[in-house]
Design a protein around this ligand. Sequence first.
Ligand code: IVH
Length: 674
Amino acid sequence: MNKSQASDRIAKLRELINDYRYHYHVLDESTMSEAAADSLKHELTQLEAEFPELITSDSPTQRVAGAPLPGFTQVEHRTRMLSLNDVFDESEVRAWEERIKKILPANSILEYFADIKMDGLACALVYEDGLLVRGITRGDGFVGEDVTMNIRTIESLPLRLRSSPGYEKFAIGRTEVRGEIVMYKSDFEALNTQRAAEGKPLFANPRNTAAGTIRQLNPQLVANRPLHFRAYDIYREDPVDTPTNEYVYESLRMLGFLANKAASVFKSVELLMQFAELWDSKRQSLVFNTDGLVIKVNNRELYRRLGVVGKAPRGAVALKYAAEQATTKVKDIFISIGRTGAATPVAMLEPVVVAGSTVQMATLHNESEVLRKDIRVGDTVIIHKAGDIIPEVVEPLMTLRDGSEKPFVMPAHCPDCTTKLVKYKAADAAWRCPNEACPSRAWKRIEHFASKSALDIEGLGEKNVIALINSKLVKDAADIYKLTPEAVLKLDRFAEISANKLVSAIQSKKQPPLYRFIYGLGIRHVGVQTATDLANNFRSLETLSTATIGELERIDGIGSVVAESVAEWFSEPVNLKLLQSFNEQEVWPCEVKKVGGKLAGFHFVVTGSLETLGREEAAEKIRLHGGVFQSSLGKETDYLVVGAKVGASKLAKANKLGTKQLNEQEFLKLLSSS
Ligand code: IVH
């Protein structure tokens, strides 16, 4: 990027970020997620680092957020309320450690104090001779708003410091306590449920609700909203009163404040990272929202010596968990053909890290979705990823457009086999490639056939399947059984051991369980549970293949759409040819001996870890005996199989629903007697 391009981009980024910050911090509204805004800010910081001459004093990178609202008295902070610089992983924590080590005397003993970073609003409470005299919001860090009347209604903070032997000094003179005002997730949800019932507009999130509440001019309203103050800091005139952060937290508790129990001292970055990992995985269980940890140098004398750079102390950082959103550019939009022929537009992205992994592609679902969101090649977009779900494009940032973006046009033909794309029904969202022999469809079908829930053939993932198809060694799923180690060895990807391994993995799956085989055929609308129902009812592939729509529909849980889809599949000549090829290779699913079995009609949930069976194995056994395996407890659940290390909430729910509970022994007995 040259300087003039950078200058244009910087101007646009600043405007967008400023707009976001104004809405977020001043109006308590959200125009995009915090993670997306962080991502834009990251881009801006990098551009400014590359072109430092373009930095101006009004850039969002150069100031602390939020101007005080008119309507409250403005109060100057005795000590500035700072922000924290973000770090995102172990290497950045280590780099921070290196930086501070260089500044501190060589013989300093470095210990860290880490706490969960709460997502609320910062507040400073001033106590004079033990009595609460003032509550001040953070404002711009130098000047905040006097919200004393409002914070007095928060029951989790003391109006007078509790007297505790050994901590009397805090009740003499001025003690400033800082902490976060938070609304708990459950209270937030209850509040919104109530507002929905009253037909009132809903609040966006707990943080904004808490901030909005504290800025209400009517303290009565504040008293009716459940807010909590969780303390993390003490300031005294004489810093000797508070030698370490560990001591500060102890004192806070003695003085009557709520301080997070998890907060503790760590002697190394390694231990800090273990703590971070623990709380990243447990964050859902917290009563408030969090997006990371706050890490500070424990010794406050050293912390002070490290000083402040810009708006943040050098001696502390926020370690942020992997964000679920980020922004990046759409390089191209291409069409991916699925195994059923569905033509899905997919965005090719400039690689970006979202939720801890690099994302280069995101599904755009279908043509109308792309047009509705108006996603164009060249757009900067917000990417979202939740858990291990495929990343999605949330929206394009239209204000960042420079006119070079290209609108999306759905191609008329399959990009692989050039067959004209069709819609089976006018109302269908997806265009499809109707060519059963389309190579793209073939590799998706084979990949599905070999996948974990289907035949579970180790080593037959996407890349190997594509290589086998490109080399013309296989055209369909039956062909994989014809592979010999010698033939596979000819491909670049394989050596002798891997070729042998793949062929024997394939050969070991010649008599798969019927339900796996049915699922592996990739019939539209047939997932694992439907495949199991079909297997249990028809017991052999031969019977299933001749079933009429009427016979299919008679099965519990199978409706007309699925019935038609199954019957149609078994009437297509290409599919019958495929089954014949399987037969010639002596590949045929086992018959299901018992119809239904003793578990037919019963619903099971397995919770905790079982000693003798994996979760999938237990599910398979339940299904083979005709039962339904569910992932979560519901009214229809008949049995909860309880293993070790079970969460109390699951058991409480089972008790409430009156679900019968089985321990592992009882469950195994039930299986063997059926
Ligand atoms: S210690 C220099 N501890 O995070 C400020 N802050 O980005 C260090 N926050 O405005 C403060 N939880 O409101 C600290 N356990 C915690 C925190 C916490 C949330 C907020 C705080 C501050 C912001 C810094």
